[in-house]
Design a binder for this molecule. Structure first.
Ligand code: GLU
Length: 288
């Protein structure tokens, strides 16, 4: 079977060290399996994402030597596709309208699907998805059986302010783009079974998942843009960053040299890549 992977950053800031790990991990696995690797910009969060970050992220990846097999796919240019997918789920009664506030949903599970006729759709409302038969365990390519703690009965697909939710867009696009394996950070393991339910309802073949080790900024917190992680390209030379990221992923770097340049380093890394060397436990960012 042919392999298609993807890297799907959200342009809510420049790339940070955690993004570099995901960019490199997804790239190496795809190239190792002689597959294709796509770049998808997940910019549907109109409060946090900015066009200038999209441009910067694309330039940064390019300058690090990553070569993608198609031009970047920008989610905000495809909103009609997500609307269509939501409509299809509504028609199948898998999705429903909801007028709960976020505060209310935090306290009590949403049951709006029982009162669809009473809802006043001229008032702000969201669209939610019923998570029927969700299992809180799945097979991860790297970690084996992973138990998750996500225990909600519904998932937002479109918020009352019109924003399409990440989970819907991610699954719709992984299907449309023919992605066969999702390689991403372990911060998304918990939501994976919910995404798998969506896959089933779209009658798509399951993809396989590989969750990479999280990059920590201290013993308890993952490195993230919300925690103001520094832009990775401000931390070191590009070649040193790639080598450090390879080490973070447990790879043998004994025959990888700074003076081969980024493309040279990536080519060597693809050649010697060994998935089994990745240790899935979270690790501190080496640039703290
Ligand atoms: N856009 C998500 C992020 O930057 C990644 C989504 C995914 O890989 O499924 O965290």
């Amino acid at each position: 079977m042919s392999y298609t992977g993807r890297f799907a950053p959200s342009p809510s800031g420049r790339l940070h060290y955690g993004s570099l790990i995901c960019a490199l991990g997804s790239y190496l696995v795809a190239k190792h399996f002689h597959g294709r690797i796509l770049l998808r910009i997940e910019d549907l969060d109109f409060y946090r994402c900015k066009k200038e970050y999209t441009t910067q992220i694309i330039e940064e990846l390019n300058s690090l030597g990553f070569e993608y097999d198609e031009p970047p796919y920008i989610q905000s240019e495809h909103t009609e596709v997500y609307e269509k997918a939501i409509k299809a789920l509504l028609e199948k009664n898998k999705a429903f309208y909801c007028d709960c506030t976020r505060a209310k949903i935090k306290e009590t599970p949403c049951t709006c699907y029982q009162r669809q006729q009473e809802l006043d759709l001229s008032k702000p409302h969201s669209v939610r998805y019923r998570l029927d038969g969700i299992e809180n365990i799945f097979d991860d390519f790297l970690q084996g059986k992973v138990k998750t703690t996500f225990n909600e009965n519904t998932l937002v697909l479109k918020r009352a302010d019109g924003m399409i939710a990440y989970n819907l867009a991610c699954v719709v696009d992984d299907i449309r783009q023919g992605v066969t394996q999702v390689v991403r950070g372990s911060d998304l393991t918990d939501i994976t079974p919910a995404q798998m339910c969506l896959y089933k309802d779209f009658k798509a073949k399951d993809v396989s998942y590989l969750h990479l080790p999280l990059v920590l900024e201290d013993e308890k917190h993952k490195l993230s843009k919300q925690n103001l992680a520094k832009p990775v390209l401000d931390l070191d030379t590009k070649e040193n960053l790639l080598i450090s990221a390879l080490e973070f992923l447990g790879q043998d770097i004994s025959r990888i040299y700074v003076n081969s340049g980024c493309k040279g380093i990536l080519n060597k890394a693809i050649e010697s890549f060994d998935i089994k060397r990745i240790n899935s436990l979270p690790k501190l960012c080496p640039y703290l």
